[in-house]
Every structure is written in structure tokens, then in C-alpha cells.
Design a protein around this ligand. Structure first.
Ligand code: 5GP
Length: 120
């Protein structure tokens, strides 16, 4: 299945800019771009440029600790740049039962409206 394969995902084509995206933040390790199907006024995906086996959070290993921390901090920078730092949500869907659809780890940064809890 896609979830278990080492095949490149659509996000590799976004990283290589083969597929265009609206980039809102980028550094040497991560790329943040607008979700094509936004679920809130602000909906940005933050991804590692190097997948390194991180198809999903459930596959994280000790070697991924640095990039995982970097992704979270980048999410805060995105929230600040987007003007939602006072109230935003970061979501990671890991695996099919969590509705993950792209198997390259990504953090959803959502905001710009009142969020509901629980998310369902
Ligand atoms: P998941 O369901 O795996 O947690 O989230 C995948 C997200 O990627 C979805 O919110 C979906 O809208 C977004 N997405 C899928 N393909 C593309 C694409 O080609 N470009 C952009 N910008 N977002 C995409």
C-alpha cells in the first residue's frame, strides 16, 4: 500500500517545484505551503524536505527528534506570519484511521476562525 511503500509522494513534487504551490515559509529543512483544499481561512502544511522514512508520525524513530522539533517550531513561525499566533491548531493525521492521505509527514496549521473541540 501507499502507506508502506518507499515511493515518492506528491509532496516530493511540491518540494522540487514540479507541482506549483503557494509557499509561505521555507528554510533549509522544512517547506510550508497552502493546502489545496483549505479547511479554515488559514490552512498551511509544514513538511520536512527530506522524508527520511517519516511517511507518518507513527513511523518516527529517535533519529527524527530534531526534525520533529524543527517542524513544530516552524509551525509557530507560520502562525506568526499568517497573523493567527494567538489562536491556531496544529494537526498531524497518522495512518488510515486518522484519515492520512499523503504519506510524507506533514503538520496542518489551521486558524483564522473559531475551532471546535473535539474535532471528530
Ligand atoms: P492528510 O489527509 O494526509 O492529513 O493531508 C493531506 C493534505 O494534503 C490534504 O489536506 C490535501 O488537501 C493536501 N494536498 C493534497 N495534494 C495537494 C497538492 O497537490 N497541493 C497542495 N497544496 N495540497 C495538497
Amino acid at each position: 500500500t501507499e502507506a508502506n511503500s518507499g515511493a515518492p509522494s506528491i509532496f516530493d513534487k511540491i518540494i522540487s517545484k514540479e507541482i506549483p504551490s503557494t509557499i509561505v515559509y521555507e528554510d533549509e529543512k522544512v517547506l510550508a505551503f497552502r493546502d489545496i483544499n483549505p479547511q479554515a481561512p488559514v490552512h498551511v502544511l509544514v513538511i520536512p524536505k527530506l522524508r527520511d522514512g517519516l511517511t507518518e508520525l507513527g513511523k518516527a524513530e529517535p533519529r527524527h527528534e530534531d526534525i520533529l522539533g524543527h517542524l513544530l517550531h516552524a509551525s509557530k513561525i507560520v502562525a506568526e506570519k499568517e497573523g493567527i499566533v494567538d489562536g491556531f491548531r496544529v494537526v498531524i493525521n497518522s495512518g488510515a484511521s486518522a484519515c492520512q492521505s499523503v504519506y510524507h509527514l506533514h503538520l496542518h496549521v489551521l486558524g483564522g476562525r473559531q475551532m471546535k473541540w473535539p474535532p471528530g
